[in-house]
Ligand binder design. Structure first.
Ligand SMILES: [Zn+2]
Length: 318
């Protein structure tokens, strides 16, 4: 069999990688996580750079579909960026450096999510090797989330197809308070969010806008976690009948993640991703996966292994 030279609906840009000098000393964030996954996939799947999709820069008009002008303007102050990134020391860094090193990567990742929804609708699936900033709200960012990429991407699709029904499956360890605050009241959107209520962000108002809210106890392990998914994913799909699934696949549910409180193993994460993609496929629903949180130094390899696993089992084709 010859080498498959088709484009793969995976989106990556080298601009995704966060680069502010020494940032990793102040935040448990692997700033080169995206690049490591990309390189791993390239090698394991024998792909060329040209086979990946690459996003363009975002227009302000698209950011304004969700965010206020005042909020976007506030990001020109380093103190605001330092609060969102939860790294106090960077408030002393000139804003231009933060724009280049943090905000620009996140804007490219946001276009990646927009592009991902289009590719998923076209090819049945897509993965953006970044994005999933589910804590960002209209006028406020927190938890390292500046731009609300999921709501922005959804509003972009609705401009072409206002009837499109979307299910957000948010399996990051933390509750997606930005997404639920922005989209929770819209009947075209359903949200299945599985999280530890005692962990960040403890935003009870936003949490109550989640249509399928599933609370789990900290230190939950594979068996019980996967049983919850097995019950809730089909239920959410059957009740909402979505035309598109956006899967926020945070890997911070990993047992050793420094910012997560759940105890799911690497095998558990692979099984979780398989379950989500198979459910979408069995129901013929296009699906876009976003990486969201994952702060362990091995996060990149768990995500890489999971994507390779999905492709080698034929769950994802290209
Ligand atoms: Zn998280």
């Amino acid at each position: 069999m010859g080498k498959n030279m088709n484009k793969i609906p995976i989106i990556y840009s080298r601009k995704y990688n966060i680069s502010v000098l020494c940032i990793e000393y102040f935040h448990s964030f692997d700033t080169r996580k995206y690049k490591k996954i990309y390189k791993y996939l390239k090698k394991q799947l024998n792909l060329t750079k040209e086979q990946f999709y690459s996003p363009n820069r975002i227009t302000e008009e698209k950011l304004l579909l969700v965010h206020s002008k005042e909020y976007l303007k506030s990001l020109t102050r380093s103190s605001i960026v330092s609060e969102i990134a939860e790294i106090p020391i960077i408030k002393f860094v000139p804003n231009i450096i933060l724009q280049q090193g943090i905000l620009k990567p996140m804007r490219y990742a946001t276009t990646g999510t927009i592009m991902g929804t289009e590719l998923a609708l076209k090819f049945g699936w897509a993965i953006n090797l970044s994005g999933g900033y589910h804590h960002a709200k209209r006028d406020h960012g927190e938890g390292f989330c500046v731009y609300a990429d999921i709501p922005i991407a959804i509003k972009c699709i609705w401009r072409k197809n206002p009837e499109l029904k979307i299910l957000i499956i948010d399996l990051d360890a933390h509750q997606g308070n930005g997404c639920s605050a922005i989209l929770g009241k819209d009947e075209r959107v359903a949200i299945l969010d599985i999280f530890d209520q005692l962990a960040f962000p403890r935003d009870r108002f936003a949490e109550n806008l989640v249509s399928h809210k599933v609370l789990v106890k900290r230190r939950i392990r594979d068996k019980l976690y996967l049983e919850k998914l097995d019950y809730w994913i089909p239920k959410a799909i059957n009740e909402h009948k979505p035309d598109l699934i956006i899967y926020n696949a945070g890997s911070d549910i990993y047992i050793d993640d420094p910012l997560g409180s759940l105890y799911v193993s690497e095998e558990g994460i692979l099984a979780r991703d398989e379950m989500v993609f198979k459910s979408a496929q069995d129901n013929d629903i296009p699906i876009l996966m976003l990486l969201s949180g994952g702060y362990h130094k091995r996060s990149w390899s768990i995500i890489g292994n999971s994507i390779v696993n999905l492709i080698s089992k034929g769950i994802l084709n290209y």
